[in-house]
Design a protein. Structure first.
Length: 472
């Protein structure tokens, strides 16, 4: 199958951070087919979509979905976003030290000319280390409703300016927030809290972005560890709710009823992804995992933010909860994260796995990984936007999409809550969802063909055919 002709949109909250600038540099390199010198592989050239399984063709023993399904061409995507820091994107890329300098120097000036939208900011949700640099912020917005409407306006202008005709996905790639001290069981309760604007309502910026995205018919992906997703947020993303006659919903104008999805939580990019595959392997051998002791250290801004107790708890929650669905009651899973400025974005992680084998004899395995954190994360951001566009075109259900994309997140939530954490099991969920979605669409097309033939031969009237099409 060929790629689709539509242009998708990717809006990143935290566009000036390491993930955002690495993504934009990658798009420029791939679109311009740049060449540059690397320390590891010599002279290389773009396009290169390594890590993006939606953009890679199938290959023996590996995963690649390009050509198997009608997926969006990431090269054509429009990219934009918000940030609360003033640093121009090219300078931020240079300071991050993520990519080879020979590539950075070729894209730095163009990236410095890219406009970044001002972000919504609430100091109480971030670590103290982030406060001094939060100067690119929207001011004059007095209520939660004002903030939601401001972000909605930004989204609409981005789509119109860039002539986006595919789906737009908003991705939280900003610093991890402390957990919001409020959870919403219904969409009405969530929207009512925005309308009420009570000072004691603990609404985080990520919740504001997620609500605005839903009302505009855009998917929202919680790439951070905070508790943005709630039952009420998930209901808000249901098309049936956004088409409903809810009196609370009616207070918001021009609500979109397009298919859109809310997904998360926390991208499973490196250490945690391999950890789920490793423990899946250990369990497949019939061994009993008893102790998993892991640590990782790096020196990027996200890790600096986690030096605050109020934000690190959110990160440790998702890291420690990844094996919960397996109900390994005796598993002692310990996680430590450390901020080491010298390492910048290069994550170093060590994990020791100790299990019990035959006659309770111990089995120990040790892994060590080094990689730029953003180089691992950006492909997931691209893939999730492509998946959201694909499933939205087929009007797939929220639960289907949550299960299909569970492999991307440390703690899958919403319709994927409790899914098997094994990496291969989750990839099987993706394969199953893709096949079922396309098959169902083919069946629908067959019905439409039959109805058309029925009208042409006089078996049924056009009015009857229209009534049959409208049936659920």
């Amino acid at each position: 199958m060929a790629t689709t002709k539509e242009k998708i949109g990717i809006l990143v909250v935290g566009l000036g951070g390491n993930n955002g600038v690495t993504m934009v540099a990658g798009f420029l390199a791939n679109n311009k087919k740049l060449e540059w010198e690397t320390g590891a592989a010599g002279r290389v050239s773009a396009p290169n979509w390594n890590g993006c399984i939606t953009q890679l063709p199938p290959r023996g023993g590996g995963v690649g979905f390009q050509g198997r399904y009608p997926l969006a061409d990431a090269t054509k995507a429009a990219i934009g976003g918000w940030d609360i820091r003033q640093t121009p994107m090219g300078d931020a890329l240079y300071e991050s030290r993520v990519l080879d300098y020979d590539l950075v120097r070729q894209v730095r000036d163009e990236m410095n000319s890219i406009d970044i939208m001002k972000g919504i900011y609430d100091a109480s949700f971030l670590g103290e280390s982030q406060h001094a640099t939060a100067t690119r912020i929207v001011t004059g917005l007095k209520t939660f409703f004002d903030k939601v409407e401001h972000i909605r306006k930004d989204i609409r202008e981005f789509i119109a300016t860039n002539k986006v005709d595919g789906a737009t996905t908003v991705i939280w790639s900003a610093s991890v927030e402390r957990p919001a001290e409020v959870q919403f069981e219904t969409a009405d309760a969530l929207l009512q809290s925005i309308l009420d604007n009570k000072s004691d309502c603990d609404l985080s910026p990520s919740i504001i972005y997620a609500v605005a995205s839903a009302l505009e018919g855009c998917s929202f992906v919680n790439g951070g560890s905070q508790n943005t997703l709630s039952p009420g947020m998930c209901e808000l993303y249901e098309v049936a709710y956004r088409k409903s006659s809810s009196s609370v919903l009616s207070k918001f104008e021009d609500v979109s009823s397009k298919s859109a999805y809310v997904l998360g939580t926390d991208f499973k990019a490196g250490q945690t992804k391999f950890k789920t595959a490793a423990v899946e392997y250990i369990r497949a051998l019939g061994l009993t995992p008893r102790v998993i002791a892991s640590s990782n250290h790096l020196g990027n801004n996200d890790m600096l933010n986690l030096t605050s107790k109020k934000t690190v708890d959110a990160k440790l929650r998702v890291k420690k909860d990844i094996f919960q669905p397996w109900q390994e009651s005796e598993l002692d899973h310990q996680v430590r994260v450390m901020y080491t400025p010298m390492m910048l974005d290069e994550k170093r992680d060590v994990v020791e796995y100790t299990s019990l084998g035959f006659l309770n004899c111990p089995h120990t395995m040790l892994t060590y990984t080094r990689c730029m954190d953003s180089v691992l994360c950006v492909p997931l951001m691209i893939d999730v936007a492509v998946w959201c566009d694909f499933f939205a075109r087929y009007k797939a259900s929220s639960s289907t999409v949550a299960l299909a994309t569970a492999y991307l997140f440390k703690v899958p939530e919403g319709g994927a809550k409790g899914v098997d954490p094994g990496f291969q099991r989750q990839m099987n969920e993706l394969e199953s969802a893709l096949a079922a979605t396309v098959k169902e669409d083919d069946s629908s097309k067959d019905v439409l063909v039959l109805l058309k033939q029925g009208v042409a031969t006089g078996i049924i009237t056009q009015e009857q055919a229209d009534l049959l099409k409208a049936m659920p």
